[in-house]
Design a protein around this ligand. Sequence first.
Ligand SMILES: [Zn+2]
Length: 395
Amino acid sequence: MKRTTIRPENVHQAALLRLLRDGGRSRAELGDVVDLSRSKLNVELDRLLELGLAEPDGLAASRGGRRSGRVRLARDIRFGGIDIGATSIDVAVTDGELNVLGHLSEPCDIKEGPAVVLDRAIELLGKLSRDGLFTDLSGAGIGVPGPVSFAEGVPVVPPIMPGWDRYPVRETVGQALCCPTVVDNDVNIMALGELHAGVARHVEDFLLVKIGTGIGCGIVVDSKIYRGVSGSAGDIGHIRVDDLGPVCSCGNSGCLEAYFGGAALAREAVAVARSGGSPYLAERLAVAGTLTAEDVAAAAAQGDAGAIGLIRDGGRRVGQVLASLVSFFNPGLVIIAGGVAKLGHVLLAEIRSVVYRRSLPLATGNLPIVLSELGDTAGVIGATRLISDHVYSAN
Ligand SMILES: [Zn+2]
């Protein structure tokens, strides 16, 4: 029998748990950052110890008077993170501070449908449980590669996810794992991962652009995801960059994604290989019969002019869209992430040059544009961050 997830009883306890998620600290240090009298703080902390949500962690170094007792989150708290991509599943188990204790990844086709894919995700978590990493989860977060109604926990008309429209993802996974569960778009959870443990650790307002099979943008305002009225904020892959452009998976033409998603890049690479523009890609195509974004990255690393040209073209179009977004949003940081981001410094240089040239100096004067630091773990860490925000809140 699984135990029920224990939640904080009030907003003070919830705030303390969120502080402790960033690491244990002394009662005196907590007193410095929360708006509570010392006696009230100690009452709430003692209650968290009683509930089993936190535990004592020795004594802090003296600050001149009596040594203050340290408190940390209970060591046995576990969260699950599931990051479902178009072509892969990642799952991870973390402790209460969201340190990854175990991480599994395998190829998976989202088109196989929700029953098969979610079963697979739950089975992978089961394997981590059998490895001894957890018996119960306090909660699980899930990311899927399409638009999500966050309040209902269901995907809504996702273009690359046939069979998933309004499928009860949150309910299905929550019942299988017997814990509170939240579902969000994969780009949003990646942004939360970078906020918790990556390049955005000390940035409150930033954008994360994911360039993978599709293209999307996570928008973080005041350290929280901005989802818009219906959850589609940041769906920049379908911004039109050319009226006469190629047809997109959404049915329109000239979308950014139709130029520079993973599928578009593979298609362009084949065209360049066949036209004789890249000996390297032509050879790869002859051997494998197909080309991927990884082939383009490998060719560019060899100095192949055709591949570098493809990356520059794509980077320029992403840069055009991003320049508008930067003028509109004035972020403190832009992160480039996703499979195509592995194209690396050629892509980054092109995006930077277009954004810095086209946006106003006041918006870009202090704007780093960087690659993701967490790579494949950004999504799973972000998923656990999202569910821990939910569990560590007073309901
Ligand atoms: Zn489109």
